[in-house]
Ligand binder design. Structure first.
Ligand SMILES: C[S@@+](CC[C@H](N)C(=O)[O-])C[C@H]1O[C@@H](n2cnc3c(N)ncnc32)[C@H](O)[C@@H]1O
Length: 220
């Protein structure tokens, strides 16, 4: 089967900048209190529900994956970009990282206690987002939790350059209400939303409010 252009372009773009991105963002969570707060709440919910496996989809260099592991979760990373995965494995040799697309998760039905998607649904085309959320719902056990963050807005931002490399990367800003409605339609119960303003260091594609959503697959 031919691979869609958006997957090929996203993978090639992140492959091209993986080493420099990993270096620049390795310690970023230390200066992101809102992210740590939401990830902390997510981890507590997963632990309380029995602490099963968690997939961090679009894990990049693995800093969220590693943070969740430090909070006691049994977490592994999934990413489209082999070079990002190489960075993740080098920085976090004790953790598992697998190649795959969140738009077609190759995971057993109901096997996960949690999914995080940290700034990664931003690269999923609009027409595939509903099916992607249906895939998340299928991979989660009843009672499983989902947490995500994304840039808020209506625009598509296309970047053709990063770290001096030519890339072709589309960032899709979205409205939290729209994303919440898609999650509900996929069978999720939306449990919490947090909207924050951009920080001074969030320039370029990130200079817009950021939305965190937590949702749960209903069940025990
Ligand atoms: C902006 S980075 C965020 C990385 C990491 N989650 C973080 O917050 O530091 C987006 C990541 O999502 C990955 N990605 C994009 N589309 C994907 C897809 N369809 N399936 C899996 N990973 C994807 C990219 O390769 C990249 O590593």
């Amino acid at each position: 089967m031919t691979e869609p252009d958006f997957l090929r372009e996203t993978r090639a773009s992140y492959d091209a900048v993986a080493d420099r991105m990993a270096r620049q963002f390795r310690d970023e969570l230390a200066s992101k209190p809102w992210d740590r707060a939401v990830l902390g709440a997510f981890a507590e919910l997963v632990r309380r529900a029995g602490n099963g496996p968690v997939a961090d989809v679009g894990c990049g260099p693995g800093m969220v994956t590693a943070h969740l592991a430090s909070l006691g979760l049994d977490v592994f990373g999934i990413d489209l970009s082999p070079q990002m995965l190489a960075q993740a494995r080098r920085d976090h040799p004790g953790l598992r990282f697998e190649e795959g697309s969140m738009t077609a998760l190759d995971l057993p039905e109901g096997g996960l206690a949690g999914i995080t998607a940290w700034y990664s649904i931003i690269h999923v085309p609009d027409e595939l987002l509903a099916a992607t959320f249906t895939g998340f719902h299928r991979a989660l056990a009843p009672g499983g939790h989902l947490a995500m963050v994304f840039q808020v807005g209506d625009e598509r931002v296309v970047r053709t350059e990063a770290f001096g490399e030519t890339i072709s990367l589309t960032f899709r800003r979205r409205r939290p209400d729209h994303v919440a409605a898609l999650l509900t339609a996929a069978g999720f119960e939306v449990r919490a939303r947090l909207l924050r303003e951009p920080e001074p260091y969030e320039g370029g594609t990130e200079s817009t409010p950021q939305a965190y959503l937590l949702a749960r697959r209903p069940g025990t």
